[in-house]
Design a protein around this ligand. Structure first.
Ligand code: HEM
Length: 419
């Protein structure tokens, strides 16, 4: 970067900011969207690798600009990291797979698994997802009031992704816990509860919890192939070469993190939104089958379960008139793009009839657009179809949220079955 730009007076880098509710954070993003759509900020607090010459980042907060950055990977690349905060290269290599790569390697690796996530393929497993959603609601009815996250929101994404991967049922809870820890390293309460000293130690523990079982499973599938994603991974070849254990491990970590937490949090935020907006719920229930597809889009927009992803400028460029130098970090704030009043009328309102709804919850387009979007949409449709017809008085209380600048996560949230 040539010269350091002036720091914006609003602070997107403190851990305190990311501990506040999204509605409060939006006042900050609204000011940025309206007055300084491209702004410069100090490096975020709570980094896995603090200091070490990190200058800061450009914040991209408008819907159109998130689309522009996402769709121009030659100028805004992923290969130098996609997280808001820096992390040691070994950690990135072990955990991010093709998420943090550029073409042509990104294209080759994504292709190995993307066939399992196409709309057509997801339709073939929809009945399995529906049965699982039905069982989860059976169990909720048996159990009664409790923690909505543990009883419902966590269950469907966990079962779905590990079923696809081929991970045995008894591995699923510990794997999901390790995947959660990997995105919770910034939350001091999480570290304290687990007796962990710092974010790096937490990340190491999380990775060990994922990689051990991943490599065991890989070995089992080499010996005894089945019809699952791990079998595809161990058999896959890129340029005539099998994937290494490290590459298989990183695939498994990426799919574990991407497949669990995101959909779980969308389910939790959506249930909270329905509880707080009984008029919207009544409208949805009136024609559930006809309206649930559109409602799911609004759940993703309103909940914005993934908050940020980063790119790095590969050349000097400009964004909305602001010069960006080669090597500068550029962070996209999806929650802000999803509240851009130029695109969404009354953006803070949960409006299940919103149409069109071109949200950036799954990313702003381009080669990294969420590979699991159809799988997530299907799970959301199925779980709400069950919940809203079979537990018609279900309500949830105040969520306890995670302090994170990456995911908008609900740790726990009480639910009452009513009646
Ligand atoms: C509501 C749930 C979900 C949300 C909000 C979400 C959001 C996102 C976002 C914002 C990105 C980055 C897009 C970009 O950089 O342009 C992404 C990428 C990704 N998502 Fe999702 N996701 C969800 C569910 C899932 C599920 C269920 C899976 C299944 C494994 C999944 C797998 C992935 C993968 C593999 C990538 C990386 C794609 C690439 O780099 O090419 N996601 N997701």
């Amino acid at each position: 970067m040539t010269g350091t730009p002036d720091l914006d007076p609003l602070d997107l880098s403190s851990l305190d900011f990311w501990g506040r509710p999204m509605a409060e954070r939006d006042a900050t993003f609204r000011e940025l969207r309206e007055q300084r759509p491209i702004s410069w900020h100090r490096p975020p607090e709570g980094m896995l690798m603090p200091g070490e010459g990190d200058a800061g980042f450009w914040a991209v907060v408008r819907h159109a600009d998130i689309g522009h950055v996402s769709k121009n990977p030659k100028i805004f690349c992923s290969g130098q990291g996609v997280q808001f905060q820096d992390a040691p290269p070994e950690l990135l290599e072990a955990s991010q797979s093709f998420l943090a790569m550029d073409a042509p390697r990104h294209t080759q690796l994504r292709k190995i698994v993307s066939a399992a996530f196409t709309p057509k393929q997801v339709r073939t497993i929809e009945s399995r997802i529906a049965e699982r959603a039905e069982r989860i609601v059976d169990d909720l009815l048996d159990h009664g009031d409790g923690d909505f996250v543990a009883l419902v929101a966590k269950q469907l994404p966990m079962g779905t992704i590990y079923d696809l991967m081929g991970a045995p049922v008894e591995y699923q809870d510990p794997l999901a816990e390790a995947a959660d820890l990997l995105v919770a390293t910034n939350d001091p309460d999480v570290l304290e509860n687990l007796g962990l000293e710092d974010p790096l130690q937490a990340a190491g523990q999380a990775l060990a919890g994922l990689l051990g079982p991943a490599l065991e499973l890989a070995e089992a599938r080499r010996r005894d192939p089945r019809d699952d994603l791990m079998t595809n991974l161990v058999a896959a070849e890129v340029d005539g070469q099998r994937l290494t254990d490290d590459e298989i491990g990183a695939f498994f970590v990426l799919l574990s993190v991407a497949g669990n937490d995101t959909t779980r949090n969308t389910i939790a935020h959506a249930m909270r939104g329905l509880t707080e907006n009984p008029d919207q719920r009544a409208w949805l229930v009136e024609d559930l089958e006809g309206r649930v597809g559109g409602a799911v889009e609004e759940f993703v927009r309103h909940g914005s379960p993934v908050l940020t992803f980063r790119r790095t400028a590969t050349q000097d460029t400009e964004l909305r008139g602001q010069d960006i130098a080669a090597g500068d970090k550029v962070v996209m704030f999806y929650e802000s793009g999803n509240r851009d009043a130029d695109v969404f009328a009354d953006p803070l309102r949960l409006d299940l009839a919103r149409d069109p709804n071109p949200h950036v919850g799954f990313g702003g387009g381009g080669p990294h657009f969420c590979m699991g979007n159809m799988l997530a949409r299907t799970q959301l449709r199925q779980i709400f179809s069950q919940l809203l017809t079979r537990v018609s008085d279900l309500t949830v209380g105040e969520p306890e949220t995670l302090r994170s600048n990456f995911v908008h996560a609900v740790k726990t949230m009480p639910c009452s079955l009513g009646g």
